[in-house]
Design a protein around this ligand. Structure first.
Ligand SMILES: C[S@@+](CC[C@H](N)C(=O)[O-])C[C@H]1O[C@@H](n2cnc3c(N)ncnc32)[C@H](O)[C@@H]1O
Length: 207
């Protein structure tokens, strides 16, 4: 999408954020989600970043030194939910982007959603997940559905679901989705697929 013209307003803004880190015009640096989130903050917003790995925590801490809107904590994210929720502002987003190194990550996520919802029923939660073998993520979604909370599932895959690759897609679960996010994603998913696909493969799913 780097040199693409005619992108939607949302993708244009996203590419502009990446361009801002690459003033030479050559794509070299890619912002992680903490940087992207920080750049979208309004003056009264605050961002709390929780990182468990000591080296990654040190990098995050350096990145946001002196930034009064950002707090960086060296903690387990699942444990930290207790300390930070509900936020005094009442409105907000919990974004969880786990590494899925542990086998029980999907179960831990379900427990986290329950815990967040108990403490803060109106909170928005966005969770990223990989699509490798599809069965575990579908099983997880069935469990989430049983919680009876409004949620959206958006998936984008660049290869067929049965392709013999490791990672062939990504998904996001958004709990308590903002109004009209379903319509926005309904526009953006086909646009992303069109721009990122190689050949005719790939698909998206929005439920
Ligand atoms: C996929 S990466 C996140 C990438 C980031 N969203 C970005 O765009 O740059 C996952 C990160 O979560 C951290 N992590 C994994 N499990 C965690 C946990 N339980 N608590 C806090 N951090 C965790 C890992 O150390 C790793 O840095």
């Amino acid at each position: 999408m780097w040199d693409q013209t005619g992108l939607s307003a949302e993708l244009t803004e996203y590419v502009a954020q990446v361009r801002a880190l690459n003033p030479s015009g050559e794509l070299r640096y890619y912002p992680g989600s903490p940087r992207i989130a920080r750049d979208l903050l309004r003056p009264a917003d605050r961002l709390i970043l929780i990182e468990r790995h000591p080296a990654d925590h040190a990098l995050l801490k350096t990145e946001f030194t002196g930034d009064r809107q950002v707090a960086v904590h060296h903690q387990d994210g699942y444990t930290a939910l207790k300390a930070f929720l509900p936020p005094p502002e009442r409105r907000g987003l919990v974004f969880i982007d786990p590494s899925f190194e542990l086998k029980d990550e999907f179960d831990r996520l379900t427990e986290a959603v329950k815990r967040i919802h108990r403490r803060w029923a109106g909170g928005i939660i966005a969770i990223w997940y990989p699509i490798l073998d599809r069965a575990p993520s579908l099983h997880w979604q069935q469990n989430l559905r049983k919680l009876g909370i409004p949620m959206l599932c958006a998936e984008l895959g660049l290869y067929p679901y049965d392709a013999p690759f490791g990672l062939h897609g990504n998904g996001m679960i958004i709990i308590n989705p903002p109004w009209q996010l379903d319509a926005t994603l309904g526009r953006l998913l086909p646009e992303l697929l069109e721009n990122l696909r190689v050949g005719n493969d790939g698909q998206f799913r929005l439920e």
